[in-house]
Ligand binder design. Structure first.
Ligand code: HOZ
Length: 418
């Protein structure tokens, strides 16, 4: 496989961009190679600037559930572009998307549109603090909720990949307001509530963790969180930036039949454009300015192009519910191929991870038992076989509606050979 052009582009990028990338995991550091520089993508395929073609299971880290450059989305976006790129003023499109979100996720009675998952979570936590009048939040080790200060504590995703779970540059005071519990450990959550119950504003959780690889909540764990938060006057926030509209149209709330107080969304809700959302019970969302005293704003919030991409993506998913059973089945076929190799596999719907360890992965500690060198070798082998998977053991594999049976079959063969 030729990669000279990508390597040259990487050297050039490093002159002007820290580490040559605008988001760390993309640098391929964990897999010991230069990153691929992408030219274009269509359907299930992504093409780099050296002319290599890959079956893509990164799918822009989740948004491209319909595949890349899905025609109805591109057509709608083109039309929207002709009307202007940004107004910084309300549009009816925003109300339409907000209506679709509240219909899909009944826990969301009112919703604010923002531009990234980081922004959605940061703002949801501010609203939770404003609503409860409390300062502390509980997060789980290995869950990742974007890069706002208070959430870069024992975080997954790029921080786990780089082995720096707590970022530098976060004032101690901020980090002190973030309490950490172990995913799937009721005891660890109970202990925090025993010690700090008056101060805990919210528990935030990825209902299916997807940033330490995919880790499923054990039977009853989410219901336990619902219960303990309710009993202690704290809010339960589901971070559904990855699971929203992916596990099923109603996301994890519907999949697990739990009603949290607040939900954050990103990725799919923007159809591949920079858009995210946070919402919850009307009473909670009423704390936001201009009605209430919790401030949050953004010139590009509810941007018409991103909103159009989101509306069109959700319309396609709603009109074709069979997409979900198809991508789930395809993910199960891939999971079977990994199991045959003796790897540990976790899957929820079309989200999956194969772990290079012999221990079941149920939390951060067990995820860390993975042999990341073996993962790097597998990654390179897959790339050579024309398959693009995440350049880190601690990210998810995403199956899209554009993956064909031939794609899945080719991938199964590549898994067997790597
Ligand atoms: N934090 C993202 C994955 N969970 C990576 C984003 C990116 O590099 O685009």
């Amino acid at each position: 496989m030729k990669t000279q052009k990508s390597s040259a582009a990487f050297r050039e990028a490093q002159k002007y961009i820290p580490g040559g990338v605008n988001s760390p995991v993309r640098a391929f550091k964990a897999v010991g190679r230069d990153p691929l520089f992408i030219d274009r993508a269509l359907g299930s395929r992504i093409y780099d600037i050296d002319g290599n073609e890959f079956i893509d299971y990164v799918c822009s880290w989740g948004p491209c559930i319909l595949g890349h450059a899905s025609e109805p989305v591109i057509e709608a976006v083109k039309k929207a572009c002709e009307k202007g790129l940004s107004f910084g003023a309300p549009t009816e499109l925003e109300t339409e998307l907000a209506g679709m979100i509240t219909e899909a996720v009944p826990a969301i009675e009112q919703v604010r549109l923002v531009s990234s998952g980081t922004e959605a979570v940061m703002s949801a936590i501010r609203a939770a603090r404003g609503y409860t009048g409390r300062n502390k939040i509980v997060k789980f080790r290995g869950n990742y909720h974007g890069h706002s200060d208070g959430l870069l504590v024992k975080a997954g995703s790029g921080l786990m990949t780089e082995s720096v779970p707590d970022s530098a540059g976060v004032p101690e005071g901020y980090a002190a307001c973030t309490l950490t519990a172990e995913y799937n450990s009721r005891d660890s959550v109970e202990r925090l509530f025993e010690a700090e119950k008056e101060d805990i504003a919210a528990v935030i959780v990825e209902p299916v963790a997807a940033n330490m690889g995919v880790v499923l909540p054990e039977e009853g764990f989410l219901a336990f969180l619902r219960d303990i938060t309710e009993k202690n006057g704290a809010l339960l926030i589901f971070d559904e930036v990855i699971t929203g509209f992916r596990l099923c149209y109603g996301g994890a709330c519907d999949y697990f039949r739990i009603k949290p107080d607040m939900v954050t969304l990103g990725k799919i809700v923007g159809g591949g454009m920079p858009l995210a959302a946070y919402g919850g019970a009307r009473e909670i969302m009423e704390v936001l300015a201009p009605n209430g005293e919790v401030y949050q704003a953004g010139t590009l919030s509810g941007n018409p192009i991103a909103v159009t991409a989101g509306i069109q993506t959700l319309k396609e998913l709603k009109a074709h519910p069979e997409i979900y059973s198809r991508i789930d089945q395809n993910a199960e076929t891939l999971a079977g191929a990994f199991r045959k190799k003796g790897l540990q596999v976790n899957r929820a719907g079309s989200l999956l991870s194969a772990f290079f360890t012999d221990r079941p992965v149920r939390d951060y500690a067990s995820a860390l038992t993975c042999d990341t060198k073996k993962y790097a070798k597998y990654f390179s082998g897959m790339l050579e076989a024309g398959i693009y998977v995440a350049p880190s053991q601690f990210e998810a594999m995403f199956v899209s509606a554009a993956h064909t049976q031939e794609d899945i079959q080719r991938t199964v063969e590549a898994i067997a050979g790597n």
